[in-house]
Design a protein around this ligand. Structure first.
Ligand SMILES: *[C@@H]1O[C@H](CO)[C@@H](O)[C@H](O)[C@H]1NC(C)=O
Ligand SMILES: *[C@@H]1O[C@H](CO)[C@@H](O)[C@H](O)[C@H]1NC(C)=O
Ligand SMILES: *[C@@H]1O[C@H](CO)[C@@H](O)[C@H](O)[C@H]1NC(C)=O
Ligand SMILES: *[C@@H]1O[C@H](CO)[C@@H](O)[C@H](O)[C@H]1NC(C)=O
Ligand SMILES: *[C@@H]1O[C@H](CO)[C@@H](O)[C@H](O)[C@H]1NC(C)=O
Length: 369
């Protein structure tokens, strides 16, 4: 087991603590988590369950280390009878995404008939489950079906209360990420976050194996095109020999004291053979996201470079920086890391701005200090 050392980390329940990735342990692909302060300060996560039944495990924790599987959102065969007809090992429930709104937990997900052609609209059955009592499997609703030729659906509520679905359109039909309003009473992938006046879109890409990554884009207006982060991917372990590979499909959430966290899919891949004996797991990373900055994944951050804020016409590009690289760590006690890069932008008291390029290391070695 690998301990993750978090020097500047304050776990909500245990300051200066350490935790072990993967977490929650074992098979939890495409993890998605939320924190609900008003529900006993509890973190809830969900994961893809493919052909398994009961499906869509829902886990709870109050410290991000100890997890219980508290229910299954899909536990009555009548909820999705067509699941029994899926024959592909990689079909079934993909990317169950948890969100909380008005005292209700929602899970949006896709039942995928992976044996059908990629250009066949009937390949994707998109649904939303909800509950007000996630401790009880029987409280999970019947699915609300909505029509979408794609996958990775994620719910988002704008400040005016309108509900939107963000999803990844089936690439063989039309490539793209879509956003559209939905009525949760009638049903008439990627996740979207509203922060500091911008809307941020966090999306998985690069396939689901060694090229897997997470990238981010932003827009001032929900229905306008996004400005992609030139430094994308913000989370990737591609082309490295790191312990956790295929890191991507990330979600973001915040704890009670304001720490931001990311949960992502990862695999422990034996690179010589391409075999991942543990299959898909979940890994947790601390993240910082300050006003004027994009979110960045943090832990043992090392500042490697800083430079002046560029002229106005270069700003758009400079906002996120341009460099991405992954370093391996030489320390004898820390052998593995997940790396990501980002820029932080600070406005000084004299109104000059400084941008700092930050390299993020996520140690998975056995550090004990
Ligand atoms: C919070 O915890 C108390 C005590 O365990 C329990 O009775 C209550 O139902 C919990 N509330 C929620 C919203 O989970
Ligand atoms: C499952 O497949 C069978 C055979 O093709 C079909 O008759 C049945 O309607 C399908 N069930 C569902 C729920 O799609
Ligand atoms: C859909 O995909 C299948 C298999 O790749 C292909 O044979 C077929 O021509 C495609 N149909 C359309 C309308 O593109
Ligand atoms: C990984 O390496 C390949 C081949 O050099 C390159 O095309 C690709 O862009 C690299 N991917 C990343 C995320 O650096
Ligand atoms: C910085 O900018 C703000 C807003 O434009 C202005 O009010 C303030 O006086 C400026 N401060 C300095 C030191 O120039």
């Amino acid at each position: 087991m690998q301990a993750l050392f978090l020097s500047s980390l304050l776990l909500a329940a245990a300051p200066n603590s350490t935790y072990t990735n993967s977490t929650p342990p074992s098979f939890h692909p495409d993890p998605s988590c939320i924190f609900i302060e008003s529900w006993n300060n509890t973190f809830f996560c969900a994961a893809s369950s493919f052909l398994s039944f009961p499906g869509i495990p829902v886990l709870a924790s109050t410290n991000l280390r100890d997890w219980d599987t508290i229910s299954h959102a899909l536990h009555r065969s009548e909820q999705l009878p067509a699941l029994a007809n899926v024959t592909s090992q990689t079909g079934g429930i993909w990317a169950a995404t948890l969100r909380f709104h008005h005292d209700t937990i929602y899970i949006s997900t896709t039942l995928v008939f992976d044996e059908r052609n990629h250009n066949d609209s009937s390949r994707w059955e998109n649904v939303i489950f909800s509950t007000r009592n996630p401790q009880d499997s029987s409280s999970w609703s019947e699915p609300l079906h909505f029509s979408y030729d794609g996958y990775n659906p994620s719910l988002f509520w704008d400040d005016n209360g309108q509900t939107y679905v963000v999803g990844a359109h089936a690439w063989a039909i039309r490539e793209g990420i879509d956003i559209f309003p939905i009525d949760l009473a009638t049903g008439c992938g990627p996740h979207i976050y509203r922060k500091y006046g911008y809307y941020y879109l966090l999306a998985a890409g690069g396939g689901t194996f060694l090229g897997h990554m997470a990238s981010i884009a932003r827009s001032c207006s929900l229905l306008r095109p996004c400005e992609s982060n030139p430094a994308n991917p913000i989370l990737a372990n591609t082309n490295t020999t790191e312990y956790f590979q295929a890191v991507g499909h990330a979600d973001l959430f915040q704890d009670k004291v304001g720490n931001r966290w990311s949960i992502a899919l990862a695999m422990r891949v034996l690179l010589e053979t391409g075999v991942a004996p543990m299959s898909c797991e979940a890994v947790l990373y601390p993240v910082t996201w300050k006003r004027g900055n994009g979110p960045f994944w943090r832990s043992g951050c090392i500042e490697i470079k800083s430079f002046s804020y560029p002229r106005r016409k270069q700003r758009r590009r400079a906002f996120y920086g341009t460099q991405k690289k992954c370093f391996s760590h030489e320390s004898t006690s820390v052998s593995q890391c997940v790396c990501a890069f980002s820029l932080s932008k600070n406005t000084n008291s004299d109104n000059t701005t400084q941008i700092t390029l930050v390299l993020m290391y996520y140690y998975t070695g056995t550090v004990t200090s």
